[in-house]
Design a protein around this ligand. Structure first.
Ligand code: SF4
Length: 313
């Protein structure tokens, strides 16, 4: 049954591949990041430790084909009919030494059994025209979905977290992809330094005015050993890790601002617990989603108390 409150990721996939069970399979193709290697910036985003969001089974020392084969073996035991989307998630999925190398890696993924298409995670400023041309060509035959790390629409915050791009870059990238018929989703982070809940909701509203198909929101996690961790511990940066209650309430407000044209892929980041300094809720993604669905049911529109509830910060 469809989620009555928002289009979730299973509904999103079912719209595109009706009657087929589809699963994302992450691969680490050994890309770097232009905000680390000096192409655009150095040091990276202050909260970033790629190990916190790269599944353990991804290993850039192994080929794309081998990584996908491992993932398929894992899921096929339980779901023999399962099909897959190769997810170039680690670092910047369009940042290779040359566009020819990208073409090889994408082709290797698409040549594997049961792989229906590609999902490519990247930065808004890492989509030059020759990469756009390649994605457009692949998208004529097989589906390509680009996920852009936007994080926030507030340029002051983007500077503070050393993203080295602007919101205008995000808008441009989304419109360029849309003009080429390539589907696009945005990653957003709630709880970035200096941002209120109202700021997060502004970002959600601005995102939904763009021609996107999905958003992926998660709470800011302070990952041990990152620059954010140090700045937070020394008090040099005011960081307020959400309480679970605050974040649930914010997500209710987010859902109310996202119409069914745009899917909400997830609400929770879940780095390995030993890597997380804060917040430490100990919840899995499905557990958080259940809490949120219960909250949404309890505060459905028409509930005057919920409608008048203020932002938490
Ligand atoms: S979050 Fe993405 S853009 Fe930022 S440093 Fe990490 S890999 Fe690079």
């Amino acid at each position: 049954m469809a989620n009555p409150w928002y289009k979730d990721y299973s509904e999103y996939l079912a719209e595109r591949w009706p009657g087929v069970k589809v699963q994302k399979l992450s691969v680490d193709a050994g890309f770097s990041c232009p905000n680390r290697d000096g192409t655009i910036g150095r040091g990276g985003c202050i909260y970033c430790d790629n190990r916190s969001f790269t599944p353990g089974y991804c290993d850039a020392r192994r080929s794309v084909a081998e990584q996908l084969a491992d993932g398929r073996r894992f899921f096929a035991r339980k779901y023999p009919q399962m099909k897959y989307l190769a997810y170039f998630q680690s670092f910047t999925g369009t940042h290779a030494s040359a566009v020819g190398r990208l073409a090889e890696l994408y082709a290797e993924a698409l040549a594997q059994p049961d792989v229906l298409g590609l999902i490519i995670g990247t930065r808004p400023d890492s989509l030059p025209e020759n990469v756009m041309d390649l994605l457009t060509e692949i998208n004529r035959e097989r589906r390509v979905i680009v996920e852009i790390g936007a994080e926030t629409s507030h340029d002051a915050t983007l500077r503070l977290i050393n993203r080295c791009h602007t919101w205008r870059d995000v808008e441009d990238a989304v419109r360029r992809l849309d003009s080429r018929g390539i589907e696009c989703g945005l990653h957003l982070i709630a709880g970035l330094p200096g941002e209120s809940c109202a700021d997060v909701l502004t970002t959600v509203e601005r995102s939904c005015r763009l021609p996107i198909a999905s958003v992926k929101l998660h709470q800011l996690q302070v990952i041990r050993g990152t620059r954010l961790d140090r700045l937070w511990r020394t008090g040099e940066l005011a960081v307020h890790p959400f309480t679970l209650e605050e974040y649930l309430e914010l997500c209710v407000q987010v859902v109310r601002r996202v119409d069914r044209r745009v899917a909400i892929e997830r609400f929770l980041a879940s780095a390995p617990p030993e890597m997380v300094a804060a917040p430490r809720w100990g919840l899995k993604n499905y557990q958080f989603t259940n809490l949120l669905l219960n909250r949404l049911a309890a505060t459905a529109p028409g509930d005057a108390a919920a409608e008048s509830r203020p932002d938490k910060n």
